[in-house]
Design a protein around this ligand. Structure first.
Ligand code: AN7
Length: 379
């Protein structure tokens, strides 16, 4: 039977904008091409007139945006002859690395903080055959060890310090521009290591480049864009990064040694893309801010309840912060706002169930009791 896949992943889709050639063996699970959903009910809660879109990255193959970077990083590693990859992770990177390593037929080693990763992510890494190494320490400890061990053992690091990760992840910005016909006015993201906010900025800059040398030079490609002359003609958004209050080094202006938050995905105190992130802020005229755990969980619940979109806690940080900044007017009235929802809600079922207040009605299995349950709960 003829196999004609409808979509074969972001490397094929954006091949001319990514570091691959005709001979490259591509490791893909059909990542990217995620929906940009215009919110119906939440914008009016802000009392302002704004269009809010969520980029639902939880619909990637392993349930997070990491797949965009991992297809590129593992493709590159395999083509360089690597037999093993390694990462430190708060969960999603490990799930993604494990899957792409399995796909490529190589080994993934993942260092995760003992007891501090969401159940779904641990299940993924284990099922996908990674060598799971739980450390008595946090992500930042793991990252330090990964950098050290990679100097002494034959493993390729696939954390976002691997530049191929950011190359893959920049494609989310391409997709957004293609759907909106232009860049949004604001792009809000949860920030941990700040790899993703950096990758998006690279994507927006590249898309805005043309060979019209009369306009301002693009700061990231500095005129060396591979596919354009390196001048800005298109639009770029203001980039806004939100952190969890207990893990907010960009707000403190320095590294945080004992990060804590319910949003375990962004429980990171020593961001790896520290310098890049400040550059993104400056160039896009953006800002960082922090959200409390309560605000994060509230936004997560609101999205699920009012829009039917289920994301993990860390992801909801983008909406929590955006709603506050829309209400205060910091995000201007009549603007368009994209919030990235970085991971799927099913990643962390424990946190979801713990904070759910919705009724679970326990009854005998009789028609009468089912009918009563309905009549008690219809508006
Ligand atoms: C759902 O998996 O760092 O600012 O090790 O899983 O690019 O770090 C996860 C990060 C946001 C932050 N949302 O992105 C890991 C890891 C979710 C995440 C982030 C992560 P960056």
């Amino acid at each position: 039977m003829a196999f004609r896949p409808r979509y074969t992943g972001l490397i094929e889709r954006y091949r001319d904008r990514l570091p691959v050639n005709d001979d490259t063996r591509i490791i893909s699970l059909g990542e990217g091409n995620t929906p940009l959903i215009k919110l119906n009910h939440i914008p009016e809660l802000t009392g302002k007139n704004v269009d809010i879109y969520v980029k639902y990255e939880g619909l990637n193959p392993t349930g997070s945006f990491k797949d965009r970077g991992m297809t590129m990083a593992v493709t590159q590693a395999v083509n360089e002859g690597a037999k093993a990859i390694i990462c430190a992770s708060t969960g999603n990177t490990s799930a993604s690395a494990a899957a792409y390593a399995a796909r490529a037929g190589i080994t993934a080693f993942v260092l995760i903080p003992d007891g501090k990763i969401a159940q779904g992510k641990l299940a993924q890494a284990m099922m996908e055959g990674a060598v799971v190494i739980q450390i008595k320490g946090n992500f930042d400890d793991g990252m330090r060890l990964v950098k050290e061990v990679a100097k002494e053992a034959p493993v390729t690091i696939v954390n976002s310090i691997n530049p191929y990760r950011l190359q893959g992840q920049k494609t989310a910005a391409f997709e957004i521009i293609e759907e909106l016909g232009r860049a949004p006015d604001y792009h809000c993201l949860p920030v941990g290591n700040a790899g993703n906010i950096t990758a998006h900025w690279i994507g927006y800059c590249e898309y805005a480049c043309s060979d019209d040398k009369t306009t301002e030079a693009c700061a990231f490609c500095e005129g060396n864009c591979r596919f354009a002359g390196g001048a800005l003609v298109g639009t770029r958004p203001t980039m806004v990064g939100y952190q969890a209050s207990g893990s907010a080094p960009f707000m403190r202006g320095e590294m945080v040694d004992n990060p804590e938050t319910v949003a375990t995905a962004i429980r990171i105190g020593h961001p790896q893309s520290w310098d890049y992130a400040w550059k993104v802020k400056a160039e896009s005229d953006g800002w960082f801010d922090e959200c409390s755990d309560e605000e994060i969980l509230h936004a997560q619940k609101l999205l699920a309840e009012k829009e039917g979109v289920f994301c993990e806690p860390a992801s909801a940080t983008s909406l929590a912060g955006a709603m506050r900044d829309i209400q205060s007017g910091k995000i201007r009235d009549n603007s368009s706002v994209v919030c990235t929802l970085t991971g799927h809600g099913l990643k962390d079922p424990d946190t979801a169930i713990q904070q759910s207040t919705g009724p679970v009605i326990k009854i005998e299995s009789t028609l009468e009791q089912v009918k009563k349950a309905i009549l008690d709960n219809v508006d």
